[in-house]
Design a protein around this ligand. Structure first.
Ligand code: HAX
Length: 426
């Protein structure tokens, strides 16, 4: 049977040989140049690392292993993880085997819950998730094997073990955090017959008579899976992992980055902005009022959350997918209607202001309104959902990097004094 473990064992050796050949025979070919503006500007656009799980094209958005994300919206997150790791969608047997792995590994130790219970009641849910991941580091198979003296070519195997363990437990922990942090009552156990996303929806305990919340969760977990290698969470995870820190340390580092308002936390900020607008205008404002309010936000020195992107230069297809979901299932919801209206107005305002390179909505612009509709109104929780999904991208990248023997990350920094010496005297 083509289990994920077996398939990786088959594809890794030829892939390693291919990369060895490329670097040996063509290693001197230049793929990027760096300007002073880029060095000061977050290295934007500098091509300096490899990520094979997905690419983000400025004019098309996320492509996962050759599939545009819009072609994957019906897939289960388990299928997506297999695809990220191997470049292939699993057949039925491989999917079932992976689902069994998740189900068998989903038990979370009591000590994890004890640590979470002991945290201050106002801890941010992302801090709680991150703490849970970090405290589980003692379970790392990678560290155990490394301490025993594992061979370099075997690094990916315990990294895969750690990844499966983490992915199995993350929805359980994340749902537990939701119920604990927002006083929802006892934790709800997983069901054996549900898939990974449906189980997460079930364990959250959101009432879902229509089954549409579970559908939204499947879409949510699929859309947020990965976004190539240079975004803050992926790059942080990559860098920490390159020191051979295990998956728990590395993913925890990535999650800390995801918790920033310019990255994953934008989904919480975004719904906050939408609700603030509704409150100010006592409902959905007119286009004129919205136009003025967006300008007020900019003039007060803030960003409009959910808009702009470091790489994209078109409407994020993941936003388009969420918008389509809203139009299909909740067209009359006023919060969703405002999200759709903001999409008509804010790009014009940002274009008029002329600073933003990408005036279009990103993934975070619309997801919150959908969650809010189904009763998940605690928006500080939203980034946790993002994190559970993005763990798939971070972990698949870690597995492949350990398989490829990727070197420790160590770009060269330069000082402003050095930069000044590069500027020709006028
Ligand atoms: N509202 C107001 N101003 C914005 C803006 C927005 N939505 N997006 C960018 N700008 C501003 C920048 O702050 C910058 O201003 P300064 O020159 O004064 O510093 C200027 O426009 C140029 O920025 P840029 O080159 O277009 O954008 P960056 O690559 O530097 O930053 C960001 C990309 C996503 C961080 C940015 O667009 C932003 O802050 N957006 C709002 C927050 C957000 O939605 N983040 C989520 C992004 C998707 C993601 O990672 N999700 O996890």
């Amino acid at each position: 049977m083509a289990t994920l473990q077996k398939r990786l064992a088959e594809i890794i050796p030829p892939l390693k040989d291919e990369i060895k050949g490329i670097t040996k025979n063509h290693g001197d070919i230049k793929i990027s140049e760096v300007s002073i503006a880029q060095a000061y500007g977050g290295m934007r656009g500098v091509k300096g690392m490899i990520c094979d799980t997905s690419v983000v094209n400025p004019d098309a958005g996320l492509i996962v292993r050759g599939y545009p994300i819009m072609d994957l919206t019906e897939k289960l997150p388990e299928e997506i993880f297999y695809l990220l790791c191997t470049g292939e969608l699993p057949d039925k047997a491989a999917l079932k085997a992976l689902q069994k792995e998740y189900s068998d590994r989903a038990k979370v130790g009591k000590y994890v819950w004890d640590v979470l219970e002991a945290m201050p009641k106002d801890s941010h849910p992302m801090c709680m998730l991150d703490t849970a991941v970090l405290v589980m580091e003692r379970e790392s198979e990678f560290r155990k094997e490394y301490d025993k003296g594992m061979r370099k070519e075997d690094y990916w195997k315990p990294m895969l073990e750690d990844s499966l363990n983490l992915l199995a437990k993350l929805p359980v922990i994340a749902a537990g955090i939701y119920r604990m942090r927002f006083n929802k009552g006892k934790r709800i156990g997983a069901k054996k017959d549900l898939d990974w996303g449906a189980n997460y929806a079930h364990m959250l305990g959101i009432k879902d008579k229509t089954g549409n919340f579970a559908k939204l969760m499947q879409l949510y977990l699929t859309l947020h899976c990965d976004h190539e290698g240079g975004n803050v969470s992926a790059f942080s995870c990559h860098t920490v992992g390159s020191a051979l820190s295990d998956a728990y340390y590395s993913v925890s580092a990535g999650l800390n980055g995801l918790a920033g308002p310019l990255h994953g936390l934008a989904n919480q900020e975004c719904l906050g902005w939408i609700l603030e607008t509704m409150k100010k205008f006592n409902g959905v404002p007119s286009e004129e009022d919205l136009y003025k309010f967006a300008w007020d936000t900019l003039n007060s020195g803030k960003v409009v959350p959910g808009y702009g992107h470091a790489v994209l230069r078109v409407t994020d297809p993941r936003f388009t997918a969420f918008l389509a979901f809203g139009k299909k299932y909740i067209p009359d919801d006023p919060v969703f209607q405002l999200v759709a209206k903001v999409f008509d107005v804010v790009p014009k305002v940002l274009a008029e202001q002329g600073k933003v390179k990408d005036p279009w909505p990103n993934v975070d612009a619309g997801s919150g309104a959908l969650l809010y509709h189904y009763g998940m109104t605690e928006f500080p929780y939203y980034t946790v959902l993002f994190a559970v999904s993005r763990a798939m991208g971070m972990l698949s990248q870690l597995i492949l990097n350990r398989a490829m023997g990727t070197a420790i990350t160590r770009p060269k920094s330069v000082s402003t004094e050095w930069i000044k010496k590069q500027i020709p005297a006028s």
